[in-house]
Design a protein. Structure first.
Length: 406
């Protein structure tokens, strides 16, 4: 590799043992490695852009640090990144094709994060999930079905269980007590980007508690209405956590009570619509999909509940901001989040989008498309905010909430 080129990866600051590092992670999950680089090593890797030759990189290092970067050391760095599938090239292309072919052949979407983001053993995972309900942050243990108005929709976080578990607990306690649905349409946020606004799959979802079947007839109704383009981005489901987390909790908490099925739908970012200052309802693709989703729900004849698997603000250096998040900013983020969530609770899809669009999505609301789609499919609807939470990391703060609609 005379001109090494790094693949598109996540790059964010990290502190390890008091040392400032730079973390590299593959958002597409072709590599499961997480690389922690000290700043001199990151300086070298930052020149892996396909334009700098090895001699260019050696010269840049000498100018910056006043030391020689020997060719053997540079070759070693390149070999390590290539082995980890972080570099573009023939080796990575062969690996990518194999991974995608294996996924395409399988009838089941395997649990990609079991044993990584949550326990793979169902007994230990059950204990972990039980902790989501524990007071004082949790809502208390679920009670028997209360016979109240059935829940038709919910906004539930997709942050990892370790940071957002109790917020999940508020939503799932409500679902266990007041939701009789046997079909859950899960609107997940796609973090890797897709060609269209929505991506479907017919694959069943594996969880540590067993496989949760996908309602293929429902998926086929959507495809018949909107076209086969809905399957073009099926590969986006392979490693996306936003649906996997909900599938795991649905199967573990509700699938033990009754037979349930799922319709997994990934929603792409609405950033192009924000940039064009175009409300989603005026986009023909989004409008047609919302019509198709409402029609498919009605045609299914089933007890259906929609779940938007969505987080809210993403603020701090990890997400591109210049400064760490302080307590004053946390309060401002909470104030803005709660004002925005008033639109969600009121079932106002256009007001929700407008609140984000007015600020150019300054706070990076990654659940915009999934929440908007839920509100558009449920209309009209009135919700209830059960829990608002923040994970207040100065380097990368994430906010999230649990909301139900009856």
């Amino acid at each position: 590799m005379d001109h090494p080129k790094l693949r598109p990866v996540e790059v964010f600051p990290a502190e390890v043992g008091g040392q400032q590092m730079v973390c590299l992670r593959d958002p597409y999950s072709f590599s499961d490695r997480v690389l922690l680089l000290p700043h001199p090593l990151f300086f070298i890797v930052s020149h892996f852009d396909g334009r700098h030759s090895l001699l260019d990189i050696q010269a840049a290092f000498a100018r910056r640090y006043g030391e020689l970067l020997f060719r053997e050391k540079l070759d070693e760095i390149i070999q390590e990144l290539d082995t980890a599938h972080f570099l573009e090239g023939a080796g990575f292309e062969a690996h990518r094709e194999q991974v995608e072919a294996d996924f395409a052949r399988s009838q089941i979407r395997r649990a990609a994060l079991a044993g990584k983001s949550y326990e793979a053993d169902p007994e230990r995972l059950g204990i972990q999930i039980d902790g989501f309900f524990a007071p004082p942050e949790g809502p208390g243990p679920p009670l028997p079905q209360d016979g109240g108005p059935p829940i038709r929709g919910a906004v539930i976080p997709h942050i990892d269980f370790a940071r957002g578990g109790t917020c999940y607990g508020w939503a799932y306690k409500a679902l266990m007590e007041s939701c009789d649905a046997d079909l859950f349409v899960v609107l997940g946020t796609s973090h890797t980007g897709t060609k269209g606004f929505f991506a479907l799959t017919r694959k069943d979802y594996e969880t540590p508690f067993g496989v949760i079947p996908t309602d293929r007839s429902f998926v086929d109704r959507l495809i018949a209405r909107c076209g086969p383009t809905l399957l073009w981005d099926e590969q986006a489901h392979r490693a996306e956590h936003s649906i996997e987390f909900q599938a795991t909790l649905l199967q573990g908490l509700l699938g033990t009570q009754r037979a349930i099925q799922m319709v997994p739908i990934l929603c792409l970012s609405f950033q192009p619509l924000i940039a064009a200052r175009t409300p989603p309802r005026r986009d023909s693709t989004v409008a047609a999909f919302l019509d198709a989703l409402r029609e498919a729900i009605a045609a299914s004849g089933r007890r259906c509940c929609l779940i938007a698997s969505a987080d809210l603000a993403h603020v701090g250096p990890r997400f591109g901001d210049p400064e760490p998040v302080d307590d004053l900013q946390l309060k401002e983020i909470a104030r803005r989040d709660l004002t925005m969530l008033e639109k969600v609770v009121g079932g106002d899809a256009e007001g929700f989008f407008g609140a984000i669009e007015a600020e150019g999505d300054r706070w990076r609301i990654c659940g915009l498309s999934s929440i908007y789609t839920l509100l558009g499919a449920l209309e009209p609807g009135q919700g209830k905010l059960l829990k608002y939470s923040q994970w207040p990391d100065p380097v990368g703060t994430v906010t999230f909430a649990s909301i139900i609609f009856c």
